[in-house]
Design a protein around this ligand. Structure first.
Ligand SMILES: [Zn+2]
Length: 141
């Protein structure tokens, strides 16, 4: 299938039309079977070929990659801030969070690390505030 943009010399309408092949377009044109959608004039001509289906999906894909990169950049920005200002506790997050919470004398800057959803739920029930943020492994590319 091939898509042409057609132009009507009579009423100036531009419209898209599908053909099985470029030969089919020529055949229909010769037989005067091509007519304007609006005024039925046969003074219809092919303008530029518009293989839009392929280009469109490529464009969509490009947009989503750009969006993803933008979001990724934002997350990386958060990560940089957290790494500079928070202490990394890895898998011990729930333990460390509790020890800070229950030992008020213990002075500590914020911590970050990994915790399960169950951990987070339990911490929340104990009144310990923890935020979950998306995390990108920098080695992933
Ligand atoms: Zn027309």
């Amino acid at each position: 299938m091939i898509k042409y943009k057609l132009f009507c010399r009579n009423c100036n309408l531009k419209f898209d039309s599908w053909f099985a092949s470029s030969n089919e377009y020529e055949r229909l044109k010769k037989k005067k079977l091509l007519s304007c959608h609006k005024c039925n004039s046969i003074k219809v001509e092919k303008t530029i070929m518009a293989p839009q289906l392929i280009n469109k999906s490529n464009a969509d894909e490009k947009v989503s990659i750009e969006k993803y990169n933008k979001v990724k950049k934002t997350i990386m920005g958060y990560q940089k801030f957290i790494k500079e200002n928070f202490k990394f506790v890895g898998e011990n997050f729930a333990y460390e969070a509790r020890s800070i919470h229950y030992n008020s004398k213990k002075k500590s800057k914020g911590i970050y690390g990994s915790a399960s959803k169950k951990d987070l739920k339990e911490l929340k029930e104990e009144g310990i505030d923890a935020q979950m943020i998306p995390w990108i492994d920098e080695n992933e590319n």
